[in-house]
Design a protein around this ligand. Structure first.
Ligand code: ADP
Length: 592
């Protein structure tokens, strides 16, 4: 990304604060003029004192001079304090506001993205977070530095340089000649550093995703006594990062010395040149200090030039990732605008082929129908493509070829938000949000009444257990066990009351009692709805009106339990394995 591209991209974020920017700029300009006062006063003082000394005037006349210059310097400092306060305050305000806008903009944007965006390895949570954080902080730092540090310094330098030319053309010329050298060296420095900076970004991203991964895997790491191995892996990244940082510093220090040399060379030139003109009688003695002070006003911002390069480079590197995220149009979920009054819930899949973004072909030429008012079970070994079907029916992904129809209309035509509002989804491991049990059941239906929430909890067989907690429905939802959290998700489903329900191994994590209770809930909920269940539970499968058997992404059987069992094919072997694993003979002898 070039600087102009970067500017174009940040302008929309700066635009709302035009007034603050203009005001800050006026303050900056005033500050730049005020900054030159010291040089003028110093020249006036030196010249006046040397006149007094030549004329051998009494100390009394000197006091009047001191009083006069003190008054001027004091007033100027008062004005300066006000200007600086305004500049810093409004500059900071700009930074805080823009940082807030950037964070809000990116969050709002990524919430609209397809699931594929979140599943890509490029965007695992650690990397995504680092990219967002670094993008925002580098952009806000750039804006802050520009308005608070750089702009005042540069305005100051331009004013000081003009005054130098006005005071003496040759002195001005020395000041001017220095600038391209500085730019050249700073540019060289920035170029040398950019590779290191880019590496740093990669290290930071992988470091934070590793740390997140480490924390998530801590139980497994400890149970395998693998702390040392993990620590060593981390040490390697730390080592590479340190090496990179040291190289960055080394290059920076070398260039800093070169720039310092150029600046001091300028100071010497100014002293020699001015002394020549003073001795020549062309200008007064006070001009020596005058010129040196003006030159320091010119060189001060130039000394900071590498910082601008650094900031701009940081912003170019880090904001690239940030803007990639915020601008990736192809990630936005595609939506039609079809919103029927009523959904019956008849799904038809015709020649559906689907490949995940990583290229894995998860479904091959799938054809089947899912009827309303009955339960359809998706059966197959792990990895067969059952959850993938649910992902497609929920429009989390779109098939590469073939069609999915709902009530005769292609799913593509449906308004995605509308469609999802008509689907209830219960997963194997359901998500519990930070907050109370009430908030978790009412998630997505924030204005549900207490009675409705309690009613839903009762249907999901969780009400009594909630009431046993000291705070009841106001308890922290994370206090609940896995099985209880699952029933919270089912309560959510009862409250949402959708015409279509997808249950992806809903009882996989539940104990036997809870499973039995949930079975009752599911029986109650299936009436007048389309229910699709992915399950490894025999009782749930044989209860289904229709069973679809998947194998390696293909639909190989379709029918009722009895039909498929008679077929003696894939379903027969899965069912037999399930039944055998239950050790039915032993169970039977127990019952006898
Ligand atoms: P099932 O639910 O039958 O166990 P899935 O539908 O989850 O199977 O997965 C089907 C195949 O697709 C598997 O081989 C799995 O590894 C692969 N798969 C699942 N999710 C993704 C994903 N996000 N990206 C790439 N491949 C995936």
């Amino acid at each position: 990304m070039s600087i102009t591209q970067l500017l174009k991209k940040i302008i929309p974020f700066i635009q709302p604060y035009k007034k603050i920017i203009v005001f800050t700029f006026i303050l900056t300009l005033l500050g730049s003029f005020a900054a030159q006062v010291n040089a003028f006063i110093l020249r006036y003082t030196v010249d006046s004192i040397s006149d007094l000394m030549v004329e051998k005037k009494a100390l009394k006349d000197g006091f009047a001079l001191l009083l006069f210059i003190s008054m001027i310097l004091f007033s100027k400092e008062m004005l300066n304090a006000l200007i600086q306060f305004g500049q810093k305050f409004y500059g900071e305000k700009l930074r805080i506001f823009i940082s807030r806008d950037l964070s809000q903009a990116i969050i709002e944007k990524i919430l609209t993205y397809r699931l594929a965006f979140y599943n890509s390895t490029e965007n695992d949570s650690g990397k995504l977070q680092t990219r967002i954080d670094l993008g925002i902080s580098s952009l806000t730092r750039l804006i802050q530095n520009f308005f608070i540090d750089i702009l005042p310094l540069f305005t100051n330098a331009i004013v000081a340089l003009s005054v130098m030319f006005y005071a003496n053309f040759y002195v001005g010329l020395v000041g001017l000649i220095m600038i391209p050298f500085y730019f050249w060296v700073s540019n060289l420095q920035a170029k040398k550093l950019s590779g290191f900076r880019r590496n740093m970004r990669t290290y930071r991203e992988s470091k934070s995703s590793r740390i997140i991964n480490l924390i998530e895997s801590i139980t497994v790491i400890k149970s395998f006594v693998n702390e040392k191995v993990e620590a060593d892996k981390h040490a390697q990244i730390q080592f590479d990062m340190t090496e990179n940082q040291m190289q960055t510093r080394k290059v920076s220090f070398v260039f800093d010395s070169v720039k310092s040399f150029i600046e001091q060379f300028g100071v010497i030139m100014i002293i020699v040149l001015t002394a020549y003109f003073v001795l020549n009688g062309q200008i007064s003695l006070g001009a020596i200090m005058f010129h040196i002070m003006l030159f320091s006003n010119v060189s001060a911002p130039i000394k900071q030039l590498h910082r601008i390069y650094d900031e701009v480079n940081d912003a170019l590197i880090y904001s690239e990732g940030f803007f990639d995220i915020i601008e990736s149009k192809h990630e936005v979920e595609i939506s039609g605008n079809y919103k029927p009054e009523k959904i019956t819930g008849l799904f038809e899949l015709k020649n559906v082929n689907f490949r995940y973004p990583n290229g894995h072909q998860a479904l091959k030429n799938i054809n089947f129908t899912i009827k309303p008012n009955e339960i359809t079970a998706l059966v197959g070994l792990s990895g067969a493509g059952k959850s993938t079907i649910i992902n497609l029916l929920d429009k989390f992904y779109e098939p590469q070829s073939g069609h999915i129809f709902l009530d005769g209309i292609d799913l593509k035509e449906y308004d995605t938000h509308f469609l999802r509002s008509k689907i209830g989804l219960v997963l194997q491991k359901n998500h519990i949000f930070k907050g109370t049990i009430h908030e978790n059941i009412a998630y997505g239906l924030e204005n549900a009444t207490k009675e409705q929430v309690v009613e839903a909890a009762k249907k999901a067989y969780i009400h009594n257990q909630i009431m046993e907690l000291s705070l009841g429905y106001e308890s922290d939802a994370h206090l609940l066990s896995g099985g209880q959290q699952q029933r919270i998700a089912i309560a959510r489903l009862f409250l949402k009351n959708p015409p279509i329900i997808f249950l992806d191994e809903p009882t996989a994590n539940l104990d036997a009692i809870a499973t039995e209770q949930i079975k009752k809930s599911i029986d109650a909920i299936k009436k007048d709805r389309t229910v699709i269940i992915v399950s490894h539970s025999i009782s749930q499968i044989i209860d289904a009106s229709n069973i679809i058997v998947l194998k390696q992404g293909e639909c190989i059987e379709n029918g009722t339990h009895e039909e498929l069992y008679k077929n003696k094919a894939e379903y027969y072997s899965i069912f037999s394995a399930m039944a055998n694993s239950l050790n039915i003979e032993k169970i039977m002898t127990t019952f006898d």
